[in-house]
Design a protein around this ligand. Structure first.
Ligand code: NAD
Length: 251
């Protein structure tokens, strides 16, 4: 039950909202009074999913394409009349070592996980600057600060999000905009489900390490995205928030 709307009159853009963490963020923001535009890939079902959901507009846009920023600015103007909060959530996983990765696979990870965060942030900043409380929230990962065998390109893309976020925060802070990133641990979504099914020992290791004794749910991450978007986080910027139930900080 919502006791008080924490994002009333706010307008939010969430990338990759058809499922998983992005969907949870879009729904929680809308429940808290925000008007939300979320975009996802053509075959994601994003339009149908939100057709009858009040406060959320689902549209098709592949954020890795050259024309994505222009398309999304036009959509945001048409559907929301401006933007206060940009959540760069869309991303892909990649389970390969350096030696297994081709140039094309490396480029594909960067084109989906990193380049859109830079290009969409740059495109939306003039709009967000007009907001009384502008926010950019990027989805990093626990692999924004740790490495793991078989996650080379993914971890490199998420480390880069940390550097990009911290630098952008310094660049736009005087305009009243905060820029932060979220660092989920193991969250049960389409991204992890199949690999946890094939490698139950990895899933079990995360559960064992977690102080909470469980995997994370998309809502666990969405709640932090709500905090970062709200007035409560007005003086929080340039930082990453780990959402892993205490897993990486225990031996
Ligand atoms: P997910 O695969 O369940 O959802 C990602 C969504 O992004 C999908 O709907 C997908 O279609 C969309 N998407 C991917 N590429 C896109 C593109 N080019 N254009 C538009 N939409 C695109 O994944 P998730 O677990 O919800 O992950 C969301 C974010 O959180 C990602 O950035 C991911 O790296 C990060 N993250 C997830 C975990 C986890 O354990 N699930 C952990 C750390 C970080």
């Amino acid at each position: 039950m919502i006791h008080a709307e924490r994002l009333s009159k706010m307008r939010a853009v969430v990338t990759g909202g058809a499922t998983g963490i992005g969907e949870a963020i879009a729904r929680l923001y809308a429940q808290h009074g925000a008007k939300v535009l979320t975009v996802d890939l053509p075959d994601s079902g994003v339009v149908q999913k939100f057709e009858r959901v009040s406060g959320i507009d689902g549209e098709v846009c592949d954020v890795s394409t050259d024309e994505a920023p222009e398309q999304m600015i036009a959509l945001a103007e048409e559907k929301l009349g401006g933007v206060d909060i940009l959540v760069n959530n869309a991303g892909i996983s990649d389970l390969r070592t350096v030696e297994q990765s081709t140039d094309a696979q490396w480029d594909h990870v960067m084109a989906n996980n990193l380049r859109p965060v830079f290009r969409l942030s740059r495109a939306f900043l003039p709009m967000i600057r007009k907001s009384p409380a502008g926010r950019i929230i990027n989805l990093g990962s626990i692999f924004s600060q740790f490495g793991s065998a078989g996650l080379s390109a993914y971890a490199a893309s998420k480390h880069a999000i940390a550097g990009l976020t911290r630098s952008m925060a310094a660049e736009v802070g005087r305009d009243g905009i905060t820029v932060n990133f979220i660092q989920p641990g193991a969250i049960m979504t389409d991204m992890t489900r199949e690999s946890f099914r094939r490698n139950p020992e990895v899933r079990d290791a995360w559960i064992r390490k977690s102080a909470a004794g469980r995997l994370g749910e998309p809502l666990d991450v969405a709640r932090v995205a709500l905090f970062l978007a709200s007035d409560d986080a007005a003086f929080v910027s340039g930082t990453g928030v780990i959402v892993d139930g205490g897993a990486v900080n225990s031996l």
